[in-house]
Every structure is written in C-alpha cells, then in structure tokens.
Design a protein around this ligand. Structure first.
Ligand code: AP5
Length: 207
C-alpha cells in the first residue's frame, strides 16, 4: 500500500500516518521529521532547511525530492509506505511519479480555526517524534512511548502557523485537483475525534 496523506498543517497527517503504520506494517515517511532530524544533527541539509522551516516556508523542491527519492529506495519501503508531508508542490508530485506508483491520496479536511487550535496545543517528543495535544495529556509532560520531555515546535507559534497556512493554500492545495483528475484522491473530514477520523481514513482506503 503506497499512500499519500495530504492536508493543511495540523490536519492530522502525522497522527494518522502513525496509526496506518500499525495497520499496514509499512513505514511512515515524514519529510518534516526527516528535516527536523537533520536540523538537530546540524547536517548541511539541516542548515539549509532551518531558515525555511523557522519562517513557515517550504524547503526548496530539489532538496526534499532527493531526500524522498533516496528514502524510498531503502529496503523497508519495498512493500509500501505512508508519505506524510510529501509531495507539497506540483513539481514534487510530478517528480514523485517518476519513481513511485501511488495507490491512494487521502486529503484530510479541517477548518482554519480548528487547525490553529490543534497546532497551538500540539506537544511533540523531541526524541521519538511522538505527537500529542495538551487537551488530551491530562497535565503529563513526558512522552508515553519513550519517557522523554515533550516540547512545543518552534513553528507552532501562532504567527508562523498563519504563514504555513498561507503557503499551504498557495503551493500545496493545487495538489487536490491534480490528484482528483487521476481519480485517486479521497476527502476525509477530520473534525471528529482521532479514532473517528482514523475509521474514516480506513473506510476511504477501502474504496
Ligand atoms: P511538517 O512537519 O510536515 O508540518 P505540517 O505539514 O505543517 O504538518 P504538521 O506536522 O504541522 O501537522 P500534521 O498534519 O502532521 O498534524 P498532527 O498529526 O501533528 O513540515 C514542517 C516544515 O518542514 C514545513 O513547514 C516545511 O518548511 C518543511 N517541509 C516538510 N515537508 C516538505 C516538503 N515536502 N517540501 C518542502 N518543505 C517541506 O496533528 C496536529 C495536532 O492535532 C497534534 O497535537 C495532534 O495530537 C492533534 N490532533 C490530531 N487529530 C486530532 C483530533 N481528531 N482531535 C484532537 N486533536 C487532534
């Protein structure tokens, strides 16, 4: 199963990718996680990416395309994968076609108001990437999976969230029409609970 999770920042791509990994036993390929790891490790790619991510802008296509091309060549991707955060531009989608055949695109749909609420309340584990929301943490400050301290992402400040939404509308939203035209896109309303939305994603994939 080769799936793309599409949707605005905060719609739940990472949350549902982690669930689909368990359902289908295929890896989650999150370009955001790969870039944040590169930043932590201060690699050349990390140094280039940091400026863009901190400003809520997209990292240049050629950088991200190469990362994904190499990652999809690895052994664990041969039976499928969940692409979380890629492609994000028409150029990326066109390039992806050259090295991958996608089965389904799930378009996670959520209002701007809900997005701002979800992102400003998001807490992440800086070690394993586990993702939580303050409203569901009951005051806990450590990751359930690895015990490390949870933090707020730098780009989850309200001003940067608004910039990311704008970038999404201009550069990423055109992918919806792009994938509709080839009949592999399924819209999923993500305003419910995580479990309700997960069920809706699985239903959409059955189609
Ligand atoms: P990336 O990390 O991909 O950020 P994003 O697309 O903005 O998406 P997010 O991770 O913010 O949100 P999400 O949809 O995964 O939502 P989540 O599941 O966490 O990319 C970061 C940056 O890297 C980009 O801005 C760009 O600079 C760069 N980049 C990455 N890929 C790139 C590419 N292809 N090209 C160029 N640049 C690229 O959920 C959000 C919150 O809501 C969480 O707290 C979660 O617990 C909570 N939540 C989820 N569902 C529910 C629910 N149903 N009810 C209540 N809370 C919920």
């Amino acid at each position: 199963m080769k799936i793309i999770l599409l949707g605005p920042p905060g719609a739940g791509k990472g949350t549902h990718a982690q669930k689909l990994v368990n359902d289908f036993n295929v890896p989650q390929i999150s370009t955001g996680d790969i870039l944040r790891k590169a930043i932590r490790e201060e690699t050349e790619v990390g140094k280039q990416a940091k400026t863009y991510i901190d400003q809520g802008q997209l990292v240049p296509d050629f950088v991200v395309i190469e990362i994904v091309r190499q990652r999809l060549n690895e052994g664990d991707c041969q039976n499928g994968y969940i692409l979380d955060g890629f492609p994000r531009t028409i150029v990326q989608a066109e390039k992806l076609k050259e090295f991958a055949e996608i089965d389904a695109v799930i378009n996670l749909v959520l209002s701007d108001e809900a997005i701002i609420n979800r992102l400003s309340g998001r807490r992440v584990c800086s070690t394993c990437g586990g993702t939580y929301h303050v409203s569901l943490l009951n005051g806990k400050e450590h990751c359930e999976k690895c015990g490390e301290k949870l933090i707020q992402r730098e780009d989850d400040k309200e001003e940067t969230i608004k910039k990311r939404l704008n970038v999404y509308n201009v550069q990423t939203a055109p992918l919806i029409e792009h994938y509709k035209k080839i009949n592999i896109l399924h819209d999923v309303d993500c305003s419910g609970t995580i479990e309700q939305n997960h069920k809706a994603v699985l239903e959409a994939l059955k189609k």
